[in-house]
Design a protein. Structure first.
Length: 340
């Protein structure tokens, strides 16, 4: 049996019990009252079920609130009028009273009572469906947002890996003729990076320790190309190694530091990678030799844009990303993520 029928039976059963309780408490119980109370419950179920059929057929719930209020009010009055005439006739037949006096007096009293009950039924029915529709709408919106976020993450990841592979292959190509042995070493490093990145691509977040493993392989590959021009230092708090980070985010920022910083310096430079916890936030910093132009600082380039996108998708406004010149020779990229 559906929830609707359970509510109908229990609701109108409670109405009949109310009549019974009042009659017993006032010591006015008579032989005809139990059948009358049963008739009240059964008739209430039948009439309101017919009322519901009209509501469903003409889709009153979907109409503007003002129209719904008017339809429900007049519907309740019509139903109460029909209900009260039938019950008054039943009362008259059971009591054999004088029609001119008792029927109309009883009808008016019954009409007021049934109008109250049916109006209450209509309000509960409307509120029930309004809450259900609102909840379903919110659930559908959440499902839609989840789907969109999942698709965005997959799209960003699918764009990120080809972007990285393209830059890595360019590094290897530069070594093929100059030093085949080092080129073979570079291919080995690239295979390690691709294997790790494919594993990372299966999750929305990975541990910082896993991410650092990819970064170290990447820097080992780039070190073959830059040799003494590339220097790397780490300032990693061991307690942050297990914290979650978006996959390939750190590698993207390090790649950006080399592409727009180290590679443009004649003498190369230094990359300093830091990870600490401050004010309930995981702070990751990448400092590198170089300077950035205003276009880069405002979010130019795929790597920086993808970093902002992924942080926004995963953490919302609780996370932030900023890149700026901290002095005349150093750039700092800083990521803040809330501790989960």
């Amino acid at each position: 049996m559906s929830k609707y029928w359970w509510c109908q039976i229990l609701g109108w059963g409670a109405c009949a019990f109310l009549y019974f309780f009042v009659a017993v408490s006032m010591d006015k119980m008579e032989w005809w009252m139990p059948p009358y109370m049963l008739a009240t419950a059964l008739l209430g179920i039948a009439i309101t079920h017919g009322f519901r059929a009209i509501i469903v057929k003409y889709k009153w719930i979907e109409k503007p609130f003002e129209s719904v209020a008017i339809y429900f009010f007049f519907g309740s009055v019509v139903c109460a009028t029909i209900d009260s005439f039938i019950l008054s006739g039943f009362y008259y037949a059971m009591n054999h009273s004088h029609f001119e006096v008792d029927f109309y007096d009883n009808w008016l009293r019954t009409f007021l009572q049934q109008t109250t009950f049916i109006t209450l039924w209509a309000v509960i029915y409307f509120l029930w469906h309004y809450v259900e529709e609102s909840r379903n709408s919110q659930l559908n919106q959440l499902r839609l947002e989840t789907t969109v976020r999942t698709l965005e993450l997959k799209t960003i990841k699918s764009q990120l890996n080809p972007h990285f592979i393209f830059n890595a292959l360019n590094s290897i190509r530069a070594l093929v003729d100059e030093n085949p042995r080092r080129a073979r070493t570079a291919i080995t490093e690239l295979s390690n990076i691709l294997r790790n990145s494919m594993q990372a691509d299966k999750a929305e977040t990975v541990s910082l320790e896993n991410e650092l493993s990819i970064v170290k392989d990447y820097l080992a590959l780039e070190n073959i190309r830059f040799e003494e021009r590339l220097k790397v230092q780490y300032d990693i708090d061991p307690e942050t190694l297990e914290l979650p980070v978006p996959p390939l985010m750190l590698q993207t920022l390090v790649e950006n530091a080399i592409k727009h910083g180290i590679s443009r310096e004649v003498n190369g430079g230094l990359i300093l990678i830091g990870s600490h916890v401050h004010d309930m936030c995981h702070e990751i910093t990448i400092r590198n030799t170089g300077q950035i132009v205003e276009k880069q600082q405002n979010g130019g380039g795929f790597g920086l844009a993808s970093t902002r996108q992924r942080l926004g998708i995963l953490f919302g406004k609780r996370a932030s990303f900023d890149i700026k010149n901290i002095d005349y020779a150093t750039v700092e990229a800083k990521v803040l993520m809330p501790l989960l």
